[in-house]
Design a protein around this ligand. Structure first.
Ligand code: SF4
Length: 334
């Protein structure tokens, strides 16, 4: 049984202009100790999925489908159970540590509070545990008495990671955990997350727009575009042999220094992602796709098999041929 199993997830934000479909029929499976990377441009629905998993979305947001955490239905959980699950089974590391930490409370107290509220230890034991957690994330235990403003950006992110580990969850959702950090600190925090994941056997959902970060830490990748997963599979295959033109564009958006092909043809993707309430027909990527052909504006491609455990929503994938042929047969086309 998967640790996290998401099936047919739809999320509609309610706005004055009508419902905004941010996530449209997403399936996600994460096994014990597995790291899944979720990537895509801003606005593609990644963080909405993170919010939906722990029911952190604004009141009134419509969420349908099923989310099972250790076999338990998250969407049907009572508030008390949900509060416990949010720390003891799954926790989140957010992007902006400065905004997530309470600026007028010492960082040690903030971590300790989580341990005490969730009855993970008595006061004395919790205090000792906080020191241990800080050490685990590479901070001297004496920083327990610091306020957030006394720490650098990278140190604050380490505190957030310590807090996420405080109640021994089996799944961590890391939502753009390194995006706000400079390159050096980003590399340190990534290394830390990788080591913790390996040493503690944690499962992780790692969300970022930066594919080059994901390839460092993930077993599998899922690429999102316009609220759907358009490619998913083993991290190395998806990154280096991308089957979907959008994944290829994302991978090329982070050129390798010294590689000639990037010097000759600068990477980049024309245009912007579509508005969720105004999606183009057929393949939603077709207005920006360099490989689009006549069928693309008419057929909405589902995920087709590319290889073992690897699928892509593109009509150019070999296993999409029967769909194209059926569409070309008179009387059976779209
Ligand atoms: Fe591009 Fe067509 Fe494939 Fe969509 S289906 S990604 S438009 S080639």
């Amino acid at each position: 049984m998967s640790l996290l199993s998401v099936h047919d997830l739809f999320v509609n934000y309610r706005t004055q202009g009508g419902p905004v479909p941010a996530v449209r029929g997403v399936d996600i499976e994460i096994g014990t100790g597995e790291v899944l990377g979720l990537a895509g441009e801003s606005g593609c629905g990644k963080s909405t999925i993170a919010g939906a998993l722990l029911r952190l979305l604004p009141t009134g947001t419509e969420v349908t489908g099923s989310i099972l955490l250790n076999g338990e239905d998250v969407l049907g959980m009572r508030p008390g159970r949900l509060r416990a699950v949010r720390w003891t089974e799954t926790s989140i590391v957010f992007q902006g540590a400065m905004h997530a930490l309470n600026p007028v409370q010492r960082v040690g107290e903030q971590i300790e509070e989580a341990i005490l509220i969730h009855h993970q230890a008595g006061e004395r034991e919790a205090h000792v545990r906080v020191g241990g957690l800080l050490e685990q994330v590479g901070l001297p235990p004496r920083r327990i008495k610091d306020y957030p403003h006394e720490l650098s950006g990278g140190q604050k992110q380490r505190v957030m990671i310590a807090m996420a580990l405080a109640c021994n969850p089996s799944l961590i959702i890391a939502d753009e955990p390194t995006t706000a950090l400079d390159v050096m600190v980003q590399a340190q925090v990534l290394k830390l997350l990788k080591e913790l994941q390996r040493d503690l056997g944690l499962a992780m959902l790692f969300i970022t727009h930066d594919l080059s970060v994901l390839i460092e830490v993930c077993d599998r990748l899922a690429i999102m575009y316009a609220g759907r997963i358009v490619e998913e599979g083993p991290a190395q295959s998806v990154f280096y042999e991308s089957a979907h033109p959008y994944t290829r564009a994302l991978a090329d958006a982070f050129p390798a220094i010294g590689e000639g092909r990037f010097r000759k043809a600068p990477s980049g993707l024309p245009g912007d992602p579509p508005y969720p309430q105004d999606l183009p027909g057929g393949c939603t990527f077709h207005p920006r796709c360099p490989l689009a052909f006549e069928a693309c504006p008419h057929i909405d491609p589902r995920l087709f098999d590319v290889g073992p455990g690897w699928r892509a929503a593109c009509l150019l994938v070999d296993s999409a041929k029967p769909v194209l042929e059926a569409a070309r047969t008179p009387g059976s086309g779209p």
